[in-house]
Design a protein around this ligand. Structure first.
Ligand code: NAP
Ligand code: ZN
Ligand code: ZN
Length: 368
């Protein structure tokens, strides 16, 4: 009799999975691969809930298969190390982010850009490829961090500095690197530059923190006037624009060197290009499922650039974590028990979170 995918690997694990595109999560037993020479086993203590998890449990981008265990902002402690592990020892505080494998041979891997490797293995939802020598070759679907343990090649594991809490630090593994990487890559990191952050959610609020730590002037561009007070007085933004307020937007035209757009749904795009100075860069990191409205003329008049970015490579992610620790940056979080996850997903869909849900996996994931 054929062995079901979730039982193909021998290490039994409890997690929470969505079974269909309703996105409803419930307890799920599955198994992880046997630890190999370069693997570490991580006891998961905390896992953030990213809006991508919400898109994915509902299969909004169309490439998920079920059951799927979400979670890619994973923080915990190492409980076992393989014989060839050199970076870690048992007891180390670590993180695992969006990917757990890549080919290690392509140009992107050579440039420490595993996130752009054609064979990048996402932490959940993807399949371990038979051709990918860094991972299992059984072709079964892998499962994410809403679970007790992870078994991961040490290359894809990050060290948490001693002064960084695991709960507030966990969201940096996706939200943090997703905004840090484009600030660096697009050169929007020079003190005195003025950048806009579209969407004050999980990604947006850490974008404000990183940008301020880099010495930038930061304007939040939001659909939620109620977030102004917190953006300016708590997160340290210098200005706040309500995107539907044409007068406010008009006054800010041509003032920004760059914009990091983290909005999770369709929104007007041309006004953002108008906010840019000559040579300004609009970087999309938020994922919408509809085509963007784009005209050539506003780009030509000002040599403006529209770009994109997806998380970051392993080396840069560790650099981001160390930068965050040095500058005291963590996410503002609401810690929740595992069995609150479906309510948390509903609240996230409505934008009702300040600013990231983090599941207390260590204390609340148990058999029901
Ligand atoms: P989030 O916490 O839900 O924040 C998204 C924010 O977008 C909301 O707080 C809201 O901010 C704004 N927004 C929501 N609906 C909007 C609309 N219709 N028009 C304009 N703005 C709207 O989500 P997140 O976890 O930060 O993720 C944001 C997006 O980034 C998601 O699409 C996610 O899938 C994507 N993402 C991409 C990467 C990558 O590597 N590129 C990595 C992680 C996540 P205001 O209330 O301030 O308007
Ligand atoms: Zn994410
Ligand atoms: Zn590669």
């Amino acid at each position: 009799m054929a062995v079901s995918a979730e039982n193909e690997r021998p290490v039994k694990v409890l997690g929470w999975a969505a079974r269909d595109s309703s996105g409803l999560l419930s307890p799920f037993e599955f198994s992880r691969r046997v630890k190999r020479e370069q693997d570490v086993t991580v006891k998961v203590l905390y896992c953030g809930i990213c809006h991508s998890d919400l898109h994915n449990v509902k299969n909004e981008w169309g490439f998920m298969s079920y059951p799927m265990v979400p979670g890619h902002e994973i923080a915990g402690v190492i409980t076992e190390v393989g014989t060839k592990v050199t970076k870690f020892k048992v007891g180390d505080r670590v993180g695992v982010g969006c990917m757990i494998g890549s080919c290690h041979n392509c140009v992107n891997c050579g440039d420490n850009l595993e996130n752009y490797c054609p064979e990048m293995v996402p932490v959940y939802g993807g399949k371990f490829s038979p051709d990918n020598d860094s991972e299992d070759s059984n072709g079964t679907i892998n499962y994410g961090g809403f679970s007790e343990i992870m078994v991961v090649d040490e290359h894809f594991v990050f060290k948490f500095p001693n002064n960084m809490p695991l709960d507030g630090g966990a969201p940096l593994l996706c939200a943090g690197i997703t905004v840090y990487s484009p600030l660096r890559y697009y050169g929007l990191d020079k003190p005195g530059m003025h950048i806009g952050v579209v969407g004050l959610g999980g990604l947006g609020h850490v974008a404000v923190k990183f940008a301020k730590a880099m010495g930038l002037r930061v304007t939040v561009i939001s659909t939620s006037p109620s977030k102004k007070e917190e953006a300016m007085n708590h997160l340290g933004a210098d200005a706040f624009l309500v995107s539907q307020d044409a007068e406010q937007m008009q006054l800010a035209m041509g003032t920004m060197n760059g914009i990091i757009d983290t909005a999770s749904a369709m929104h007007a795009f041309l006004p953002l290009i108008g906010l840019l100075k000559t040579h300004g860069k609009l970087v999309m990191v938020g994922l919408t499922d509809k085509p963007l409205e784009l005209l050539a003329m506003p780009l030509l008049l000002g040599r403006k650039i529209v770009g994109g970015s997806v998380v970051g490579g392993i080396k840069e992610t560790q650099e981001m974590i160390d930068f965050a620790a040095e500058h005291g940056i963590i996410a503002d979080i609401e810690v929740i028990p595992m069995d609150y996850v479906n309510t948390a997903m509903e609240r996230l869909a409505k934008g009702d979170v300040r600013y990231r849900f983090v599941i207390d996996i260590g204390n609340s994931l148990k058999s029901y």
